[in-house]
Design a protein around this ligand. Structure first.
Ligand code: ATP
Length: 531
């Protein structure tokens, strides 16, 4: 404490301190003196404790591990957080996870370890194995760091509501940082996990999420969402395999635009140009000509469309199928309709928990469907729209708002979120579409819808080379460039039909999400090429 008059005391900037600042300085100095005196007294009374504090008896129980460079193969089993249940009570276990939250309280520190969607509470308290320094170290570990923890599983008298493991906690004795996260996170998992309906609390906007996607992906919702997406692909595959389909892989670098039109990405191909496939269309048909009979493929599809909408990406995953039929393309429509039913049922049966998790953050009505699927004629759809005052001609294409409206009308009338619209006007379909045999205003083509948005486009394809050539010319397609495709039908081709589905769209619409980007791991759109 200084005895000098206030005007003589200068602050760090060289200016005299204010009365208030001076008072605070005096108080701080008094406190420090008191603390030092107290410590001296304690040390005098207990010289052993003072010695221990200095040398930190727990120093081998915490810290940063040496970078794992595959040096050792320790004989240690790391348990999964989800495995920590009452059955392991009082056993000593090791586990690895992210430090989700931490809070120190006196001589203890409570922290939560997160592993994907599972969380467990852990705590360290100063004691025989845990020093004061260790508690302080743990309290200061940056959130999201990956840590190895050893401790005793203990049952708790009251359920821990905030964790997935509610009946136990971990009394830690060792805590090692395996990979440290930066001190400042671009977004907090808690904020990114919040339902948008909780208006007052912080939310993370979509661009921030997507810019920092690896952190955003750590939320429970995203962990669940991408498992639902896996389910879409699994049940697509499973059902088709069970029905005699063969999985194929088609080239993505092609010499001509598969769907025609301008929305194709051009790439340099040595001394010439090539294109990124807009769909596996031509190749899956060629596989049919190669007697594969029933084929499907799951793969990247590219569209150079400057469509900045909630449902368009420039790269998406196509779930495509094609199959030979006997007499009528409705044989194929039925197979596809049943396949969708199998996907919807499979998701309900095997991913109910994940669907519920997603809906907690992004609430939506459960997805409804009929078995067998509802099939309407295009003209019936137009009529339903006309009846509610939409002005359109029978042969007009469906606009996006009209598609949505039709979805609502169908839901109200038939109580289904999934339906098939059959026999589209020929003029709005690609060149390879088979015209209706009775009236060429119409075609043997169909779209399928989920919650009023298109998720599949398909048709019977022309399998006669002369007719195909005629239709291609009419569409002003460069015949030279698709010669191999047209020639495939010269050597005999079975009648066939198929369709293309957008995987992200199915995920988005099944879950009732508002944006396709939520259902794409690292979305590509006209404005986003990274990360
Ligand atoms: P839309 O009219 O919605 O732009 P489209 O008629 O161009 O679609 P198709 O070429 O028939 O679509 O593709 C078949 C399916 O692929 C669509 O039903 C949809 O599920 C998906 N799909 C098409 N384009 C995109 C895109 N840009 N982003 C994501 N999915 C798409």
């Amino acid at each position: 404490m200084s005895d000098k008059p206030a005007e003589d005391v200068l602050g760090p900037d060289g200016n005299p301190l204010s009365k208030k600042a001076l008072k605070k300085q005096q108080k701080d100095a008094e406190k420090a003196l008191k603390k030092a005196a107290h410590r001296q007294q304690e040390q005098a009374q207990n010289p052993q404790a003072a010695e221990q504090e200095k040398e930190d008896y727990a120093k081998d129980h915490y810290g940063q591990v040496r970078m794992i460079q595959s040096r050792d193969k320790p004989d240690r089993t790391l348990l999964k957080v989800c495995e920590l249940t009452r059955g392991l009570a009082d056993q000593k276990v090791w586990l690895r996870g992210r430090l989700y939250t931490s809070r120190s309280k006196g001589k203890s520190c409570f922290f939560v370890i997160r592993q994907q969607k599972w969380t467990v509470q852990a705590l360290v308290s100063v004691g025989e194995k845990v020093s004061k320094q260790m508690v302080k170290y743990i309290a200061n570990i940056n959130k999201e760091s990956i840590v190895d923890v050893e401790g005793y599983v203990r049952t708790v008298p009251q359920k821990i509501e905030s964790c997935s493991q509610q009946d136990v906690e971990l009394h830690a004795e060792q805590v090692w940082v395996v990979s440290s996260a930066a001190p400042r996170l671009p977004l907090l998992i808690e904020d990114a996990s919040r339902p948008e309906t909780e208006g007052d609390l912080a939310h993370v906007n979509q661009d921030t999420r997507l810019d920092n996607r690896i952190i955003d992906l750590r939320t429970q919702t995203n962990q669940a969402l991408f498992r639902v997406q896996m389910g879409v692909c699994r049940h697509f595959r499973q059902h088709l395999e069970q029905n005699g389909f063969v999985e194929i892989h088609t080239p993505k670098i092609i010499s001509a635009a598969s769907e025609g039109g301008a929305n194709v990405f051009e790439v340099t191909y040595f001394k010439t140009k090539a294109y990124l496939a807009q769909s596996p269309q031509l190749y899956k048909q060629m596989a049919i000509c190669g007697d594969m009979d029933r084929v499907f493929t799951v793969g990247a599809v590219f569209r150079a469309e400057d469509s900045n909408t909630h449902r368009h990406l420039t790269e998406f995953v196509g779930l495509d199928l094609e199959m030979a039929f006997n007499y009528h393309y409705h044989e194929v429509v039925d197979v596809i309709g049943n396949m969708f039913v199998a996907i919807f049922k499979g998701l309900q049966q095997n991913f109910a928990e994940e669907i519920e998790i997603v809906h907690k953050q992004f609430p939506a009505e459960p997805f409804k469907f009929l078995e067998p699927s509802l099939r309407l004629d295009y003209r019936e759809g137009v009529q339903m729209l006309q009846e509610v005052g939409v002005e359109m001609e029978e042969g007009d294409d469906l606009s996006t708002p009209n598609e949505k409206l039709l979805g609502k009308l169908v839901k109200a009338k038939y109580d289904t979120d999934f339906f098939i619209l059959d026999k589209f006007p020929l003029a709005v379909r690609p060149f390879y579409t088979m015209p209706d045999p009775e009236d060429t205003k119409w075609s043997n083509s169909y779209d399928m819808f989920m919650r009023g948005e298109e998720i599949l486009s398909g048709a019977q394809r022309i399998h006669d080379p002369d007719f195909l050539l005629e239709r291609a010319k009419l569409h002003e397609i460069n015949i030279e460039k698709i010669k191999a495709y047209i020639d495939s039908f010269k050597y005999g081709a079975p009648p066939h039909a198929g369709g293309g589905i957008g995987m992200e769209r199915v995920t988005m619409l099944y879950l009732g999400l508002d944006n396709i980007r939520k259902a794409s791991l690292f979305p590509r759109d006209p404005k986003r090429l990274t990360p």
